[in-house]
Design a protein around this ligand. Structure first.
Ligand SMILES: Cc1ncc(COP(=O)(O)O)c(C=O)c1O
Length: 302
């Protein structure tokens, strides 16, 4: 039951639209038992799904990487559209999760079983909007995650612990550093820095998620002629960085102005960061013109 304490989240579980607090899955669902599932987080902005084609591509990639049974993606798209129509928001987050099957508990894949599909839609108030101007603080934290961070799996304990540490420190995020000193990304966002006048980010490999926002920001950096290297920073580089920012679907391009309580450079969002933040906002406005409205999704517009 949705109480006055829980925000109104609408669910579509295997095609049935209902309040999220009333939706139920079996205890034998492999998402529940093993974390055997994948997800996507999409943002509805002004009634349009942001960068939706890139999110569907990544979802498909995650399903294939984990050898899921076939999932009817056009049906899933039409369910997203129907859930959005019922929810009626103009600005929302759309969480899509697919777990492998419901089956007797055994580690190896079950022979039979249908994937469970879940869509959660919630109003998105963009509470961190002011931080895109002022900048935010982050901490560093050990990267405790598994060896396939490129798959958007619902196994998120390494990120959960890092995010909790950041929250306790009054920060928005945790910059993850592996035991070998390599800086990877953040608990739930991609990481960029400027060092020696060059934009730096970890290369695409199994240590990081291929972020949709990261991909767009790299395209924009190339268009703007900002020099860029896909090379990871190391722990000892961090005190020297000239700029730092994170990117994600919900945070967009967020300048980072403190790291473990120390100012990053002069403690203000740097010039490349501001340029990319503004270019990203312009890209979004253009994308809204290109993207069909949420209501048009099930008409095969995607
Ligand atoms: C580990 C990690 N990296 C990066 C991102 C940012 O990805 P995107 O820009 O696609 O939202 C996320 C978002 O959930 C994430 O969990």
């Amino acid at each position: 039951m949705i109480t006055s304490h829980s925000p109104a989240i609408l669910a579509c579980l295997n095609g049935v639209i209902q309040p999220a607090a009333e939706a139920r899955v079996s205890v034998l669902d492999r998402g529940f038992l093993f974390g055997d599932g994948i997800y996507e987080m999409v943002r509805l902005s002004n009634g349009r799904l942001h960068a939706i084609d890139r999110h569907w591509r990544r979802l498909d990639r995650s399903l294939k990487a984990l050898e899921f049974p076939p999932v009817n993606l056009s049906l899933l798209r039409s369910r997203v559209s129907q859930t959005l129509a019922v929810a009626g928001h103009r600005d929302a987050t759309v969480y899509i999760q697919i777990s492998r099957a419901t089956a007797p508990r055994a580690h190896a894949f079950p022979v039979d079983g249908e994937p469970t599909t879940l869509i959660l839609v919630q109003h998105f108030g963009d509470e961190k909007a002011h931080l895109r101007q002022a900048g935010a603080g982050v901490i560093t934290f050990t990267d405790l995650r598994w060896a396939r961070c490129d798959i958007k799996s619902i196994n998120l304990l390494g990120s959960v612990l890092a995010a909790e540490a950041a929250k306790r420190a009054g920060c928005v995020e945790a910059v993850l550093i592996r035991e070998d000193g390599v800086v990877t990304e953040c608990a739930h966002s991609s990481l960029f820095a400027v060092l020696d006048g060059v934009l730096r980010t970890h290369p695409l490999d199994p240590r990081i998620l291929p972020g949709v926002t990261r991909e767009i920001v790299l395209e924009l950096a190339a268009e703007l002629g900002i020099p860029c290297r896909h090379k990871a920073l190391r722990r000892e580089d961090l005190p020297q960085v000239e700029e730092l920012f994170l990117t994600s679907t919900t945070a967009r391009v967020l300048p980072l102005v403190t790291l473990d309580g120390q100012r990053v450079a002069d403690g203000k969002p740097g010039p490349f960061t501001r340029q990319l933040r503004d270019a990203f906002a312009a890209w979004e406005r253009a994308d809204e013109q290109r993207t069909p409205s949420a209501e048009g999704l099930d008409a095969g517009a995607l």
